[in-house]
Ligand binder design. Structure first.
Ligand code: 3NM
Ligand code: MG
Length: 539
């Protein structure tokens, strides 16, 4: 069988490594288990094999692949690929130059290249079609498989940069797989999060080594990966906790639902926010817990209606935050991020970027200057602009909010005189390849919540942070899919209404704090949103 390039299915790409085989397995037996259960492309990658053995193993694997009608790629060794009549070659950045590989293999063979940087994409785009057919984008996450790696993990954000570069360079012919540390617990998130910003390009597949090669049951491991790839839907929050729960279709119902569920809201937040945030949470029917202990995150995340707020104002250790996000993601409970001072220092930026690459967030809430930085739209002029003195125009803020929502597949909330809420979750759907265009950042829904400025909000500490507590309470209470957007709108609207009421009653910033808790308490219990002097609408 000779494969034409456009017939290749990149969805589940198995890369071999015979140094990690479990007892009783051989290279061939593991590959065959993979082929029987959904592997669509095989690469022999044997770093410690002499030429004779590489050739003989190659002949065996080539025969297997032919039996299963799957193309075979050889890593590095153009000579071995030619000798065993493989379908192509994969090379890294430090291997034989691509134009030479192409010359040796001829125009019809498949050539793959390991890529991690935008410059490398520009290079392959300059070569034009007919040179590189596919790229392995990696390493995405840390891995034990690649000994002495020359690059560090790029996270999903790094993959997105490469996909964007392919779009910007017009390299539409290049197929993409992500590689490095990919396993059942993260592949759906990778497929879901990794799309180009213009919405045209998704990964064509994933490549794995250890998940299959080191598995005691390679067939089962492959099947699990295959099913996750094919499901096309990442349920990162599992609603449906109780039959008694209300369908949350408006603010009134959302408030009823928080009242009913009394969600546990775990805070990993800054010291200034802790006390006020706990009181705000209680006022909106939530049950706050302030804990930054790794050993209990799993237990807390398993409590019904648990939700997590991460606020990076006082920076907790990254490993604690990562453990918490991982636990809540695994328990399929909501996680909200408040990236306080995102671009203020490189430390904060890299911590937040790490979190965003290693987890899935249901909501990201921040002020306009943080949102612009997250969206990479801010320039020097905007540095240091805080939420209160903001002079950034609303169109730019809306654009940034939508970019962030879309990039992180989340609900992005940007606070200010007008609060903007953009929903980039796409219902949890993902797909492979470029054929299906699921919308881009300008096309996602965006709402505005307005009711006038409340300047005194800026005169007390932790008022922004405690909106995070409120949103997290509302999200934690949910029981039905597709309600998250409404819950976030309800939380933001309630918060603004309480702010206005408190501002009308207080004597100064001290009594505003007290009046604000009272107002939240009162408005949640009365639950008559029609009477609030705050509106929201789709823009
Ligand atoms: N190439 P595992 S990472 C072979 O970044 C390889 O280019 C990488 O192994 C790259 O699936 C990698 O066991 C190893 O993590 C991937
Ligand atoms: Mg190599």
């Amino acid at each position: 069988m000779v494969f034409t390039k456009d017939q290749v299915d990149y969805s589940l790409y198995l890369v071999t490594d015979s140094t990690m085989l479990p007892p009783g397995a051989t290279l061939s037996s593991q590959v065959e288990e993979g082929l029987m259960n959904g592997v669509t492309l095989v690469q022999i990658r044997e770093k410690d094999c002499d030429t004779k053995n590489f050739f003989h193993e190659g002949v065996l694997i080539k025969k297997l692949c032919t039996d299963y009608n799957v193309p075979l790629i050889v890593n590095d060794r153009v000579d071995v690929a030619l000798a065993i009549r493989a379908d192509g070659v994969h090379v890294g950045q430090d291997d034989m130059p691509i134009p030479v590989v192409r010359e040796l293999l001829g125009p019809d063979k498949i050539i793959g290249w390991s890529v991690s940087k935008v410059e490398e994409v520009e290079k392959l785009a300059n070569w034009g079609p007919g040179m590189v057919d596919n790229i392995g984008i990696g390493m995405v996450f840390p891995t034990q498989t690649k000994k002495n790696p020359k690059k560090s993990p790029m996270g999903t954000a790094g993959v997105i940069k490469v996909l964007d570069a392919l779009e910007n360079c017009g390299a539409s012919w290049v197929k993409t797989v992500a590689i490095g540390g990919l396993h059942p617990d993260n592949i759906q998130r990778v497929l879901y999060q990794c799309s180009s910003t213009n919405g045209r390009r998704y990964l064509d597949g994933i490549a794995v080594v250890s998940d299959i090669m080191a598995s005691e049951d390679a067939g089962l491991s492959t099947r699990i990966l295959r099913d996750l790839l094919d499901s096309n839907s990442y349920k990162f929050v599992d609603f449906g906790l109780s039959n008694e729960a209300l369908q949350v279709s408006n603010i009134n119902a959302a408030l009823h639902q928080v009242h009913f569920a009394r969600p546990l809201v775990q805070h990993m937040t800054n010291k200034v926010h802790q006390n006020f945030g706990a009181n705000v949470t209680l006022a909106v029917f939530g049950s706050p817990i302030m804990s930054e202990v790794v050993s209990e995150v799993k237990d807390l995340s398993n409590i019904p209606y648990a939700s997590l707020l991460i606020n990076t104002g006082t920076i907790a250790p990254l490993d604690v935050l990562k453990a918490a996000v991982t636990a809540y993601n695994e328990s399929k409970r909501p996680v909200v991020l408040d990236p306080v001072g995102y671009s203020a220092t490189p430390t904060r930026m890299s911590l937040n970027n790490d979190l965003l690459s290693y987890g899935q967030f249901s909501c990201i809430k921040c002020n306009a200057s943080e949102m612009l930085s997250l969206a990479e739209l801010s320039d020097e002029r905007m540095k240091g602009v805080d939420s209160s003195g903001s002079n950034i125009n609303n169109d730019t803020v809306i654009k940034a909010t939508k970019i962030v929502a879309y990039r992180y597949k989340t609900i992005a909330v940007c606070t200010g005189e007008y609060d903007f809420i953009a929903n980039g979750t796409m219902g949890g759907h993902y797909s492979l390849g470029t054929q299906e265009i699921r919308g881009d950042s300008p096309s996602i829904p965006c709402f505005v919540v307005h009711g006038g400025n409340i300047p005194i909000m800026g005169d007390i500490t932790a008022s922004g942070c405690s909106l995070g507590s409120t949103i997290t309470s509302f999200l934690g209470s949910l029981s039905f899919p597709n309600e998250a957007q409404n819950a976030v709108i309800a939380a933001v609207t309630l918060y603004k209404a309480a702010g206005k009421l408190a501002a009308s009653r207080c004597k100064g910033s001290g009594s505003f704090q007290v009046e604000f808790i009272d107002a939240l308490y009162q408005l949640s219990r009365e639950n008559i949103p029609e009477k609030w002097d705050v509106k929201y609408e789709l823009i």
